[in-house]
Design a protein around this ligand. Structure first.
Ligand code: BES
Ligand code: MN
Ligand code: ZN
Length: 505
C-alpha cells in the first residue's frame, strides 16, 4: 500500500516565451492589468491579443485568478495560461509560491501534458535564481501531491501533466537554475516521503513500519542503519523511552541511520525525530475530538526520514546521524500511570504526572544516546505540545536552542527554505515549573508556557553539546477537512545541511 510517486519531469530553459512549442505557456499578469515581461512578449508577438483580453475585463491580475486561452494568434503554444500575480509591489515569497501553485493546479485540471512556466523568471526581492527555481519545483510538487494509497480506486487524470519547464530570464542563469532544480527535486522527494509516512494511518504505520522504511532508505542510498528492539533499549537503560510503549502491543523501535558523506573524524550533525505512531494520551487519555489526528505524532521522525532521502539524493558531503525513537502511546493494564517514576538513560529520574506528555519521555533518551556520536550539533523535531499551536498557530515552528550561533543558523536556513521558525525563550526561570518532590523532575510544568517547559525538560538531557529543538505541533500537518501532512520541516533541515556544506568548502 505505497503511495504513488509524482512522475512529472522538471527542467529549465531560457528562451523567448512567444516561440515555445508546448501544450501550454504560462505567463503572469500583475494587478491593474499589468503584463509581466514574458506576458508582454507573448502580447507583442500576437499583435496585442493579451492586451485586448485584459481590456475586455476578463483578467484584472488579482492573486489567485487564472484565465486559459486557446488559439492565441502567431503563438506556437496550443494554450496560453494567464495567472494573476496580485500587486507588483507585494510580489514577495508567498505570492510567488502561490502563483506557481495556482498555475500547476490549473495545468493539472486542463488537458495539457506539458507546459512552459515563465513565472519563475519574475523577480522576487532579495531572492536569486537558485531560490526561485528550487521554490518553483517544491511548490509544484506540493500542489501535485496526493495521498490515495488508502483509496480502493485511484482517480487517474485522463491526460496527466508529464513535463514542466521553468524558464530563467537569461542564458547566464541556466547554471544557477540547474542547482535550484537539483536542490528542489531532492527536497521535494524528501517532503513527499515525510508526507506519505505522516498520512499513513497508525494501523499501518507502526514503529516496525518506520524501521522497515529506514532500512529501505539505507539500502537505496547506502546509509548505515541499526534498529534497536526492546531488549537492546533495555540494555542501554532507556527506561523513559521504554515506559511509553508499554501500553501497546506494537513493539518499540529505536531507529539509527548513518550517512557518512564527510571526512572520517568530522563531527556529525544528529537529527532526532519524535515518532509516536499514535498518541491516545495513555492513561491520561485525550478527549475524542481530533484524536484521529494523532497518527501525525510521528511527524518528527517522518521528517528525519524525509531529510535522509534528500541527503541521499544529494549525496551531501557531511556526516549525519538520524535517531528516531518510535512507539505507541495507549492506555492498557501495562501502561504508565500518573505518578509513576522512571529512570532515564541519563540516570535522571522522572515523575510522570501526565502520561500524555510522552514525547519528551522518548526524546530524552534519544538525546542521551546522541552523546556517543560526539555531535557538532543536535537538532530534534517533535509534535511536542498543543501549547505551541496556541502560541504560534500553523505558520512558524517554535525554535529553542542552547547555543545562539546554532539558533541563527537554523533561522537562516528556515528563511531560505521558506519553512519558517520563531525563536522562543529557554530561560532558567521556567525550569522551576518542572520541580518534583519525589523524583529529579516532573514531566509536566503546568499550564503556563507549555511549549517552553517541554523544551526546558529536554534541555536537561542536552547539556553536552550544541542543541536546538523544533516544536512542530502546529506546522507538521493540517487538521480538519484539509487533513494531511505538510512534510515540514524537511526543507529547513536540508537547507541547514546545505549551508554547512557551503561553509565547509
Ligand atoms: N502529541 C501531543 C502534542 C500535540 C497536541 C501535537 C496537539 C499536535 C496537536 C503531545 O504528546 C501531548 O499530548 N502534549 C500534551 C502535554 C501536556 C500534557 C503537558 C499537550 O500538549 O496537551
Ligand atoms: Mn501526548
Ligand atoms: Zn504526543
Amino acid at each position: 500500500m505505497k503511495n504513488r510517486e509524482i512522475e512529472v519531469e522538471f527542467s529549465i530553459k531560457s528562451g523567448a516565451p512567444e516561440k515555445q512549442r508546448t501544450a501550454c505557456i504560462v505567463v503572469g499578469v500583475f494587478e491593474g492589468r499589468k503584463l509581466s515581461g514574458p506576458a508582454r512578449e507573448v502580447d507583442r508577438a500576437s499583435d496585442g491579443y493579451l492586451a485586448g483580453i485584459l481590456r475586455g475585463g476578463d483578467m484584472e491580475g488579482k492573486a489567485g485568478a487564472s484565465l486559459l486561452l486557446h488559439g492565441v494568434p502567431n503563438i506556437p503554444a496550443e494554450r496560453v495560461l494567464l495567472i494573476g500575480l496580485g500587486k507588483e509591489r507585494e510580489f514577495h515569497e508567498k505570492a510567488y509560491r502561490d502563483a506557481i501553485a495556482s498555475a500547476v493546479k490549473t495545468l493539472r485540471d486542463t488537458g495539457a501534458m506539458d507546459a512552459v512556466i515563465t513565472l519563475s523568471e519574475l523577480a522576487v526581492k532579495k531572492r536569486d535564481v537558485i531560490w526561485s527555481i528550487e521554490q518553483a519545483v517544491v511548490a509544484s510538487h506540493g500542489t501535485l501531491y496526493r495521498f490515495d494509497a488508502m483509496k480502493s480506486k485511484r482517480e487517474d487524470a485522463r491526460r496527466p501533466l508529464k513535463r514542466v519547464v521553468f524558464t530563467v530570464a537569461r542564458r547566464g542563469e541556466l547554471k544557477s537554475g540547474e542547482t535550484g532544480l537539483v536542490h528542489g527535486q531532492a527536497i521535494a522527494r524528501g517532503i513527499d516521503l515525510a508526507k506519505d509516512l505522516g498520512n499513513t494511518p497508525s494501523n499501518v504505520c507502526t514503529p516496525d513500519y518506520l524501521a522497515a522504511e529506514a532500512k529501505r532508505l539505507a539500502k537505496a542510498y547506502r546509509f548505515g542503519c541499526e534498529v534497536l528492539d526492546q531488549a537492546a533499549c533495555e540494555k542501554l537503560g532507556m527506561g523513559s523511552f521504554l515506559s511509553v510503549g508499554k501500553g501497546s502491543d506494537k513493539p518499540p523501535r529505536f531507529i539509527v541511520l548513518k550517512h557518512n558523506g564527510g571526512n572520517k573524524g568530522d563531527k556529525p550533525v544528529v537529527l532526532v525525530g519524535k515518532a509516536i505512531t499514535f498518541d491516545a494520551g495513555g492513561i491520561s487519555l485525550k478527549p475524542p475530538a481530533e484524536m484521529d489526528e494523532m497518527n501525525y505524532d510521528m511527524s518528527g521522525g517522518g521528517a528525519v526520514l524525509g531529510a535522509f532521502r534528500a541527503i541521499g539524493e544529494l549525496g551531501l558531503p557531511l556526516n549525519v546521524i538520524g535517531l528516531v525513537p518510535s512507539c505507541e502511546n495507549l492506555p492498557d493494564a501495562h501502561a504508565n500511570k500518573p505518578g509513576d517514576i522512571v529512570t532515564s538513560m541519563s540516570g535522571q529520574t522522572i515523575e510522570i504526572l501526565n502520561t500524555d506528555a510522552e514525547g519528551r519521555l522518548i526524546l530524552c533518551d534519544a538525546l542521551t544516546y546522541a552523546e556517543r556520536f560526539e555531535p557538532d550539533a543536535v537538532v530534534d523535531l517533535a509534535t511536542l505540545t498543543g501549547a505551541c499551536v496556541i502560541a504560534l498557530g500553523a505558520h512558524p515552528s517554535a525554535l529553542y536552542a542552547n547555543h545562539d550561533p546554532l539558533a541563527r543558523e537554523i533561522e537562516h536556513a528556515a528563511d531560505h527554505a521558506w519553512d519558517r521558525v520563531w525563536r522562543m525563550p529557554l530561560w532558567d526561570d521556567y525550569q522551576e515549573q518542572l520541580k518534583s518532590s519525589l523524583a529529579d523532575m516532573a514531566n509536566i510544568g503546568g499550564r503556563p508556557a507549555g511549549s517552553i517547559t517541554a523544551a526546558c525538560f529536554l534541555s536537561r538531557f542536552a547539556k553536552k553539546y550544541h542543541w536546538a529543538h523544533l516544536d512542530i505541533a502546529g506546522t507538521a500537518y493540517k487538521g480538519g477537512r484539509e487533513k494531511g501532512s505538510t512534510g515540514r520541516p524537511v526543507a529547513l533541515l536540508v537547507h541547514f545541511l546545505l549551508n554547512r556544506v557551503a561553509k565547509a568548502s
